[in-house]
Design a protein around this ligand. Structure first.
Ligand code: AMP
Ligand code: GLY
Length: 427
């Protein structure tokens, strides 16, 4: 089977890497890809919103399957375009991808169908929103309705910040049209978890739960980022809670979308807050998480290709479970100086060669560029150093030993990825 993967991050490197081990894989293409992906797939620089260009490339190269990494092309209708052209594609349609592309759509769906989530109010008008904020006291969360590359949620701890955020979104339009409509949401405190399931629109097939680290700095300080590291499994969700999430969140949401005429196929990602041992949805994403995809796919034992195809063909119920390698998988993201605001680029990356043949370590590339046989930084998040170990302690040590053997000018990374798990299990 010839496959195209769309995207250029660590998530896409992990998808390409996992596909490359599949029994039935033929040629793998990645558009646009990155320096690391180039080593295992042919990369082509076509714009990911140029659907016509992508479709004609896929036809020319006898592509049997397209896998979409990021949210923007999904929200723009890439799945609808390929489906119309008769090329199988993994991901939700534009209509179904609203679960991520519109927070208002997602919240209203959850409310209507009884999926556990925080209380919220929707506003289309700045003055009405301001009058509401005057009546409530922090903490609360303000969210832009549309896609903002992970930067559209503001946890408000002081009233003044609430008013200025509202102004930024609804008057100054710092996120353009995405912030024209907003929600004000109840603040939920607890432990965050990422729960991803494959689905064909009818059945869901869960992956193991993982945990992202969104803030830039240790102890969850600093600005929010795309994610600075992740690991799986996590010790905060036992099998009873996982079954509750499967039925009361994932199945219920998939069924709700079907009833609403928006059959959802692909990966559904629930960002959860575990509060008093109960899970609440704080957001849905219409795709694999990044970095979560890196530790998850590194740990996945099952062949991914039949799962992707079953989602598209609507017979996911025939796949009973996903097999996982024993142990803990952890990914530490190394980012450029200046990330997330203004990442510096163009520095040579050293130390990758020695990690190349390790079975227990995989360095997934994100913002890298290959020139000759050298890799250079070319983005905010640069590498996802991913390790498998027998225990949390072992996996964490392996990942950080590998991180410390890599160098580029201005590299920054969190030193506490996995620390929350260690604390709970007392290793
Ligand atoms: P989101 O873009 O919705 O994932 O939000 C980004 C981050 O904001 C989340 O990872 C949480 O840390 C935080 N957050 C979002 N919604 C809430 C909420 N209702 N209560 C507390 N924290 C939240
Ligand atoms: N890791 C967060 C995301 O993929 O949205």
């Amino acid at each position: 089977m010839n496959v195209v993967v769309i995207g250029s991050g660590g998530r896409e490197h992990a998808i390409v890497w996992k596909l490359s081990q599949s029994k039935k894989i033929g040629n793998i293409f990645c558009i646009p890809g990155n320096g690391g992906i180039e080593d295992i797939a042919a990369c082509y620089d076509i714009k990911v919103n140029d659907f016509e260009g992508l479709i004609s490339f896929s036809k020319k190269n006898n592509v049997d399957l397209v896998v979409v990494g990021p949210e923007n092309p999904l929200a723009d209708g890439i799945v609808d375009a390929f489906t119309e052209a008769g090329i199988p594609i993994f991901g939700p349609t534009k209509n179904a991808a609203r679960i991520e592309a519109s927070k208002i759509f997602a919240k209203e769906l959850m409310k209507k169908y009884g999926v556990p989530t925080g209380d919220f109010k929707t506003f289309f008008d700045y003055h009405e929103a301001k009058a509401y904020l005057k009546k409530i006291s922090p903490p609360y969360v303000i969210k832009a309705d549309g896609l903002c590359a992970g930067k559209g949620a503001y946890v408000i701890k002081e009233s003044e910040k609430g008013f200025s955020t509202l102004e930024d979104l609804m008057i100054n339009h710092i996120h353009g049209d995405a912030g024209k409509r907003i929600i004000v949401e109840e603040f939920l405190s607890g432990i965050e978890a990422s729960y991803l399931s494959f689905t064909d629109g009818i059945t869901t097939l869960p992956m193991i739960a993982s945990q992202d680290h969104k803030p830039l700095l240790d102890e969850d300080k600093g600005p929010n980022t795309g994610g600075m590291g992740a690991y799986a499994p996590i010790p905060f969700i036992d099998s009873d809670m996982a079954r509750f999430i499967d039925t009361e969140i994932m199945d219920k949401t998939i069924n709700a979308l079907k009833v609403e005429g928006a059959l959802y196929r692909g990966v559904l990602y629930a960002g959860l807050m575990l509060k008093d041992k109960k899970p609440y949805v704080i957001e849905f994403n219409a795709r694999f998480g990044d970095p979560e995809a890196q530790p998850l796919l590194f740990k996945m034992e099952s062949d991914i290709l039949p799962i992707l195809i079953a989602c598209i063909e609507g017979n996911l119920k025939d796949i009973k479970e996903i097999k996982w390698k024993e142990g803990v998988s952890i990914c530490v993201v190394i980012a450029s100086r200046g990330y997330p605001d203004k990442p510096e680029k163009g520095y040579v990356i050293k130390g990758l060669e020695d990690l190349k043949d390790r079975k227990d370590i995989m360095v997934f590339h994100a913002g890298t560029k290959k020139e000759g046989d050298k890799f250079y930084t070319s983005g905010g998040r640069v590498l996802g150093v991913t390790a498998m170990g027998d225990t949390f302690k072992d996996a964490i040590k392996k990942a950080y030993d590998a991180v410390n053997s890599i160098y580029f000018e201005g590299m920054q990374f969190r030193k506490d990825i996995g620390a929350k798990a260690l604390k709970v299990i007392g290793e």
